[in-house]
Structure formats: C-alpha cells, structure tokens
Design a protein around this ligand. Sequence first.
Ligand code: ZN
Length: 157
Amino acid sequence: MEEPPSFIADEMNGRLARWLRILGFDCLYISGGNADNNILKLALKTGRIVLTGDKELYRKIIRRGGYAILTPGDTLENKFRYLKNKIDLKKWVGKLPHRCSVCNSILVKVPSSTIPDLPPSVKERFTYVWHCNNCGKTYWEGSHWINIKKQIKRLLT
Ligand SMILES: [Zn+2]
C-alpha cells in the first residue's frame, strides 16, 4: 500500500502543520536557530516533504535532491491551496490515525475514566477520549469539534 506523505514545516508554517496533524498527517515543525540546516538534513535523510515559504530554502532542498513545496501567502487558506495543488490530501482523509496537534504523536483511544485531570462533565459525556502519551494532552469531540470539522471542509474544498 502507498504510504501517506509526511512533512516538515518551517517556522512560517506552524498553523499549516497544526492542521495537517488534525487531518492525521505526520508533520514535524522545525524552528529556531539553524532551522534551515536542520530541515535540509532531515529532509534528505528521511524523504519528508518540506513545506516552506522561503524560496532560498526551497531551492536548496530541490538542488540537493530533496522534496519541497513552496507555500507562499500569509493565510492558512492560501498555504493550503498551494499544498493541495501538489498533493492529493483528500484521498488520505479518514484513513490516517488520530494525531496530537501539539506534538505530532499518534493518539490512543482510552476510557475517559482513566484520565485523572479531566473535567467531570467531560467524563460524564464521553466514555472514550483520545490521549497523547507523549505530551499528555487529551482530546474529545466537544462543541469545538463542529468548528474544526467546518474548517477542515473549508480547507479541503
Ligand atoms: Zn502530544
């Protein structure tokens, strides 16, 4: 079976990384000092697709035989548009694991009673929640979920 695409987002693409993770895509986020070099090295080593707004970095990666997509524009919608033109994201939606939007780890479905610091109202409403064993964040399909679904629809169409 074909592997889903995996990504590295640069510091201009933090929001894009977050939304790719919400869709279930494996997307690292690399920023800070020496980020360009770290991104380049990791991209060549792993074959991950680099998402960058930086033409210089984009050219560098392509020249060295890596894979990069330029994501200019300052809004999430614009960046997504560039990405969608290059990669068929839609065909993966619903087939990928749930992923932590904060740290990119795969979430596990657990009984809500096993998470001690969850508000009692959440425990009452949801028998199961999604938990990140790496950063400790817990997710449930609360009212904010409707907005997330709406945004996903907007980004993908
Ligand atoms: Zn996490």
